[in-house]
Design a protein around this ligand. Structure first.
Ligand SMILES: Nc1ncnc2c1ncn2[C@@H]1O[C@H](COP(=O)(O)OP(=O)(O)O)[C@@H](O)[C@H]1O
Ligand SMILES: [Mg+2]
Length: 256
């Protein structure tokens, strides 16, 4: 379970980007963070794996407070957090298989990693994961010859190669056509259930969040505007999440 508690982040001297953010994300569920552009969605994800250091609060992944981790501990925690990006972040001249194997880098010695030394068991696993995302026959294709949707599926297989507890996805479908979006979201939903992963996705497409997720965290101007089951989200909730900052009324944040 991921528990974010009273997370605050200020950029510079007075730009308050996250204000006492509280929410949870459970294994086996897809949780979406939705909200207007600039609300703080990316800042939350980057704080969770400490790509940016937040100012205060707690980020508990199971029993570990990620904020309190020293360098060695942080490396270990990060190894169990897969990342999926809008622009895929693959290494383009390499094949799909090689990119998936890169997911093992964090678990290897620097030398073995640099030399690209992977065991045959690791290669078997990478092929199996490519099969799980429907790309078995593309294993030996260069990534830059794959479609956007296929590249994102390679990104998912690479994240799985880390044996993650949690996968963080920042706008994973923003560059995809509707058909690829469906395929990618179906895969993420299936993986959450089958592998009991915590999947946390920043999305700006509300319809996709409504169709594919179990749990919704709504954020507006850095503050939680809603947290609850996806089937509790109605038009009034959406209007509250997407309100103009100056229209702020009572915030019905569900803190747990
Ligand atoms: N590196 C940065 N320095 C200063 N301000 C930033 C930085 N990154 C983001 N911000 C600000 O923090 C707020 C939240 O940004 P962000 O998390 O990217 O929002 P979202 O992902 O919801 O669009 C915005 O007002 C943005 O301008
Ligand atoms: Mg963002």
């Amino acid at each position: 379970m991921l528990k974010v508690i009273q997370l605050d982040k200020t950029y510079g001297s007075n730009k308050h980007s996250l204000k006492a953010v509280n929410f949870t994300a459970k294994p086996g569920e897809v949780t979406a963070i939705i909200g207007p552009s600039g609300a703080g969605k990316t800042t939350i994800l980057r704080s969770i794996n400490q790509l940016i250091r937040d100012d205060s609060g707690q980020i508990l992944l199971d029993d570990t407070d990620i904020r309190q981790a020293n360098k060695a501990e942080l490396r270990k925690v990060r190894h169990h957090i897969g990342m999926i990006f809008q622009n895929y972040n693959l290494i383009s001249p390499l094949t799909a298989l090689e990119n998936v194997l890169h997911g093992r880098l964090g678990a290897k010695s620097t030398v073995a990693g640099m030399l690209g030394l992977y065991s045959s068991a690791e290669k078997q696993e990478a092929l199996q994961l490519l099969d799980e995302v429907g790309l078995k026959e593309y294993a030996y294709q260069r990534c830059d010859q794959l479609s956007g949707g296929q590249q994102q599926r390679v990104g998912i297989a690479r994240a799985l190669m880390q044996h993650p507890k949690m996968i963080l996805c920042d706008e994973p479908i923003a560059s995809l056509d509707p058909k690829s979006t469906t395929i990618v979201m179906d895969i993420l939903r299936r993986l959450a259930k089958e592998k009991q992963l915590i999947i946390l996705i920043n999305l700006h497409q509300v319809d996709i969040a409504m169709a594919y997720t179990d749990h919704i965290v709504g954020i507006n101007s850095g503050a939680i505007a809603f947290e609850g089951a996806t089937n509790e989200v109605d038009d009034a909730v959406l209007q509250h999440i997407y309100r103009q900052p100056d229209q702020s009324t009572t915030v019905a944040a569900n803190e747990n």
